[in-house]
Design a protein around this ligand. Structure first.
Ligand code: ADP
Length: 414
């Protein structure tokens, strides 16, 4: 069984094609600069496993062109990985915002498409691109079932006390203003891995497990997970709330917005840009949104004080959330680090967990620095630490493909 996974944005289309019998990625790639400048300057980067990479500059005025070139690359005699499109059992799409409509992934129907369209108001930067990818695939692969996997679905188990904001209640009932949370596919994937590990290594049954997951990439979010179900998460109505991120501010006093609008004469779009694009690691450090650059500047001689501050704020906020989620969960069995920074940056893992020995959480600095490459789960806590500190490489594509296959087979379409 072969599943094609599509993550389509407004100007890019990422893809992975996975053999679900072996969980092996046959190829992945990216169609970039799609639908910009009438498609001039668009580029396809195709990476077939075990074969040389293939890159082509081809015009892609819209997403249908992108899909066409991706499918051509997948079946190409030299750099292709399948003989024919008939080998694709199903397509799984990452969809960022599913609102309250989806507690799990869904087989694509016109109702599902309408519901995704309805959520554009909450995910204006992502849902339109997701929809374009879905429609383009439906046209190019008309007989292949398609499934939507939502970033928000894992967090739908949150209780009302965690998702309601302290605003007039009608804003929730009439406008849908509440915490939804994002990166759900990643939080769900690492939760499943942590769950298996805690059962096997610590003998803790799933229903008793208390896990805090930290997805630290360009976007950063955390989740409190009890008995395998999300009970709270740091992102909110949009992916702006919570932790400090590459270019996003995360939590702030809401009164800062009218203050800035007045002082700097900013309109609502300007404010949006400041919070989403000019803040976070980039905004504080003035150096970069990339953790590697910020760290290099913070440890340069002489150190860049703004980069030091950015690193400190980034880590401090994670520690604060670990503490509050431990309280929410009534204790913690494992803290999980994942995504670009979580998987690769030992400094962030050690600084954020420093001083948490009072709650039974201690990182072994040697294990933290010298992790084995390629392991599914690595415990970097000391032997004496009752709380495990796990580094688990995320695999959102495999999670999407797994859901897709389950749903397609469940509907007798596999
Ligand atoms: P996205 O959210 O776009 O999927 P990633 O999960 O790839 O992002 O994370 C991107 C972040 O991970 C960047 O801030 C980058 O600095 C950081 N990162 C990636 N590799 C490393 C590394 N080897 N060491 C430290 N940070 C890294």
């Amino acid at each position: 069984m072969i599943v094609l996974v599509i993550n389509c944005g407004s100007s890019s289309l990422k893809y992975d094609i996975i053999d679900m019998d072996t969980h092996e990625t046959l190829a992945d790639g990216l169609a970039d600069r799609v639908a910009i400048n009438q498609g001039a300057g668009a580029i396809l980067k195709h990476r077939p496993t075990g074969k040389p990479d293939y890159t082509a500059e081809v015009p892609m005025p819209d997403h249908a062109d992108a899909i066409k070139y991706v499918l051509e690359a997948l079946t190409h005699p030299e750099h292709g990985v399948i003989d024919s499109l008939q080998q694709i059992t199903a397509v799984g799409h990452r969809v960022v915002h599913g609102g309250e409509n989806f507690t799990k992934s869904a087989l694509m129907t016109t109702d599902v498409l309408d519901a995704i369209e309805d959520c554009i108001k909450f995910g204006p930067l992502h849902n339109p691109g997701n929809l374009q990818g879905i429609r383009a695939c439906a046209r190019s692969l008309p007989n292949v079932p398609q499934v939507a996997v939502f970033d928000t679905e894992f967090h739908q188990s949150m209780p009302q006390k965690a998702y309601l904001y302290g605003l007039p209640y009608e804003y929730y009932t009439d406008l849908g203003v509440r915490r939804y949370g994002f990166h759900g596919t990643s939080h769900r994937y690492v939760t499943l891995k942590a769950t298996e590990w805690l059962e096997q290594e610590k003998g803790i049954p799933v229903e008793d497990q208390r896990v805090i997951t930290c997805h630290l990439g360009n976007g950063c979010s955390m989740a409190a997970v009890k008995g395998g179900k999300c009970v709270d998460t740091s992102m909110g109505l949009t992916p702006l709330e919570g932790l400090l991120m590459g270019t996003r501010s995360g939590d702030l006093d809401p009164a800062i917005l009218p203050f800035l609008q007045k002082e700097l004469n900013l309109g609502s779009e300007d404010t949006d840009r400041v919070l989403n694009k000019n803040s976070g690691l980039l905004g504080i450090s003035g150096v970069s949104s990339d953790m590697r650059d910020v760290k290099a500047a913070a440890f340069a001689e002489p150190p860049n004080p703004r980069a030091v501050a950015a690193l400190e704020v980034f880590c401090y906020r994670i520690t604060k959330y670990i503490g509050s989620y431990a309280a929410v969960l009534g204790g913690v069995d494992a803290v999980v680090f994942t995504a670009g920074i979580g998987e690769n940056e030992p400094l962030v893992r050690s600084v954020t967990t420093e001083g948490l020995a009072f709650m039974g959480l201690e990182v072994d600095l040697d294990k933290n620095e010298h992790m084995e490459k390629g392991a599914e789960v690595t415990d970097i806590s000391t032997d004496a630490s009752p709380v495990a500190v796990l580094v688990i490489p995320t695999n959102e594509e495999l999670m999407i493909a797994t859901d897709t296959l389950e749903i397609v087979e469940g509907n007798g379409l596999g």
